[in-house]
Design a protein around this ligand. Structure first.
Ligand code: 7RM
Length: 669
């Protein structure tokens, strides 16, 4: 991991930010958690965090068999929560609401072409049970892995819930990922079955998911036995007999009831691949009971869910945000959610606001990249729509710059609505730091403070806690929490080394009864009021339009091209996407120049887009004869970042193996 770096400008802009927005009195008066209650919850958690979570788990979730052990830390950091309890996530998200909320809409779906479909809790129950029975008829049993590769349609949630119902572990692959990435994830999970669609619509284009599936499975994939295909577009597709099954045929005659499979709280509900510092994405494995508790209580507290709310999270189900705040958390609370299939600019940049208006959205949760893109379109666009039902706004995925925060506050929030800037990760399962909208005064750009039951600290490079406020360094979490990741699928060593070993061996710390530190990988600043400001990643993880990507993944995609000998990829600040990708490439043979360089650059950008998916397409390729390396052979990424930004080089280049290369990198030689 690198030293905290490249964040000087961030620190400056956030330190200069001292506007404070107290929770609106009207909101606070009706909120589930007001500041008095927040203080009580914090005190309870502080006193005994294990009992704090145990009480919530008993009060908020329905258990088939109650747990007697709350936290088993005998194998820390492989913590186990509620381990002798039995539960079913789908039962908690659906069945328990049927008696009181059976006819309440669970999902309001809008397709990009404009088609709308509403599923009540009763209907959702029937659809989930039918698919669950269909999966069982194809031989899926508890513990099997199922890959889900679907557009943003209600069937994605139905599929996830159906897996949860029968105890199958799902692995959702983002529909924007390529056939290659899909194949890696199928094989990584040894999945038995795959659920996809004939296609989806995004940005007025048809996304040919089934075609990517066929490509991923071409040449024989030993593990996949069946492919369930939902008919969304009706466009012709290839069909492999004996393997492919239409969703509607599979479920047509299936029973609309299916007894939930009661699983241990620790049973893996899902895995989700995420990028890190190395080339290979990790399958982050989550539990059933602990994960659901985190998803449930954070949805309730942070989004202040009330019965009449209509909650819209714009994330894709292929990311953790879509898991926790579309498929599980809101449904566990019996809320109504909106799901939208398409892009924010189709047919025009008013689409999000039109959806808010048409479906009476009360809580809107999106990413800074979307806010910046929509802000750029001008405020007259949202002004055309009736946004009067909105009462709460949220942000997630990357630091929100104060300008974007203020636009959100002023133009969408009419200076009246609270904004919750929620910090969390694929690994944390649920929001860990966020304002509570009826209790916390907000500052534009700060995720404020840890939620009750979450213990965050800032440590220096040696792992020493930095006491007091006005501290900067590595963000760590010092006590386990129920929705934390359990392991990296199939690679517990990687779990230990990535998250727990930065400041010494976790197993030694356990033996010596010293606290273990979960290292989030972000650098952060805690200001004089104890508010946290996330400054960015300390490893080689990028956030491109809110999507998490590793530089090493893009590099390995590039070197797979026959002309590429070596590549180094860095992020460069981008006005809308937050970060864009710049690749420095050494070619086999002569370094291309002029027209040849232009053509090859185009080709390589397409090549990456094809092999990883369009989100990974570099903004720029620069050809070079060498990369700046230290004498020990490490690429100086910090230098490359400055070069990519065309900024003055302030780093010491005297330790470089090849100092002369700097001019060439900058296009001056
Ligand atoms: C939910 C999600 C995790 C990384 C994380 C941070 C960054 C996320 C915020 C944020 C500042 C936020 N999961 N991040 N939320 N940074 N403020 N509110 O995004 O696994 O895809 O990414 O995203 O760097 O470590 S993720």
């Amino acid at each position: 991991m690198n030293k905290p770096e490249g964040t000087a400008s961030n620190i400056q802009s956030t330190l200069a930010e001292n506007r404070l927005f107290p929770p609106p009195a009207e909101f606070a008066g009706k909120a589930r958690i007001d500041s008095k209650r927040l203080t009580e919850l914090r005190a309870e958690a502080e006193k005994d965090f294990v009992s704090f979570w145990a009480k919530l788990a008993r009060e908020e979730l329905n258990w088939k068999q109650p747990f007697s052990v709350t936290l088993d830390d005998s194998k820390a950091p492989n913590y186990r929560w509620f381990s002798d309890g039995k539960i079913n996530v789908s039962y908690n998200c659906i069945d328990r609401h049927l008696a009181t909320h059976g006819d309440k809409p669970a999902i309001i779906f809008e397709g990009e072409p404009g088609d709308v479909a509403t599923l009540t809790y009763k209907q959702l129950h029937a659809e989930v049970c039918k698919l669950a029975n269909g999966l069982k008829s194809l031989g899926v049993v508890k513990g099997d892995r199922v890959v889900i590769y679907l557009p943003m349609i209600a069937q994605a949630v139905i599929a996830m819930q159906a897996c949860a119902r029968i105890g199958a572990t799902h692995s959702v692959v983002f529909g924007g990922f390529s056939a290659q990435s899909l194949r890696d994830r199928i094989e990584g999970a040894s999945a038995k079955l795959l659920i996809t669609a004939d296609g989806g619509t995004r940005g007025a284009h048809v996304v040919e998911l089934k075609k990517a599936v066929d490509e991923a499975l071409a040449g024989g994939c030993k593990c996949i036995e069946s492919v369930v295909v939902y008919k969304r577009t009706g466009k012709p597709i290839e069909w492999t007999r004996g393997r492919d099954v239409w969703w509607h045929e599979l479920t047509e005659k299936a029973s609309a009831t299916c007894e939930p499979e009661w699983v241990d709280a620790e049973h893996p509900l899902f895995m989700l691949y995420t990028s890190g510092s190395t080339g290979k994405p990790k399958g982050i494995q989550h539990s059933s009971g602990g994960y659901l508790l985190g998803a449930h209580v954070t949805s309730k507290w942070v989004f202040d869910l009330h019965d009449a709310d209509v909650f819209w999270c714009t994330a894709d189900v292929g990311w953790i945000t879509g898991h926790t705040y579309i498929a599980y958390g809101p449904l566990s609370n019996g809320a109504t959610i909106v799901m939208y299939e398409g892009g924010p600019m189709t047919p025009d940049p008013g689409r999000f606001w039109k959806i808010c208006q048409d479906h009476g959205v009360t809580i809107f949760y999106t990413a800074p990249t979307a806010i910046r893109a929509l802000a750029k379109m001008g405020e007259q666009i949202p002004k055309r729509y009736d946004l009067s039902k909105l009462r709460l706004l949220g942000s997630v995925g990357e630091p929100i710059n104060p300008e974007a925060w203020m636009w959100y506050h002023r133009v969408i929030g009419k200076e009246k609505l609270p904004i919750v800037d929620t910090w969390w990760q694929t690994e944390t399962g649920a929001i860990l730091m966020s304002p509570l909208p009826g209790a916390t005064a907000t500052k534009p750009g700060s995720c404020t403070q840890p939620l009750p039951g979450i213990f965050a600290e800032i440590v220096d490079e040696a792992g020493n806690l930095i006491q007091g406020n006005d501290a900067g360094g590595y963000l760590v979490i010092t006590r386990p929490w129920p929705s934390m990741l359990r392991t990296v699928y199939g690679d517990n060593e990687r779990y230990l080394s990535t998250y727990w070993s930065q400041f010494g061996d976790p197993l030694t710390a356990r033996a010596e009864k010293r606290p273990l530190l979960y290292v989030a990988g972000d650098s952060a600043h805690r200001d004089k009021d104890g508010y946290y400001w996330i400054l960015g990643r300390m490893d080689d993880v990028l956030k491109v339009a809110g999507h998490r990507l590793g530089t090493a993944e893009v590099e390995s995609a590039l070197v797979a091209h026959p002309r590429v000998a070596e590549a180094a990829v860095v992020g460069r600040p981008h006005e809308i996407k937050g970060e864009g990708i710049v690749a420095f490439v050494i070619c086999k043979g002569e370094r291309p120049t002029g027209k040849e360089a232009e053509a090859l650059s185009r080709e390589l950008r397409e090549f990456v887009s094809k092999s990883m998916g369009p989100i990974a397409k570099p903004d720029e390729i620069r050809f070079t004869d060498a990369l700046p390396k230290t004498r020990s052979g490490k690429i100086m990424r910090r230098l490359l970042r400055s070069v990519a930004k065309d900024e003055e080089i302030t780093q010491d280049v005297s330790t470089l193996e090849n100092p002369g290369i700097v001019d060439q990198l900058r296009g001056r030689a």
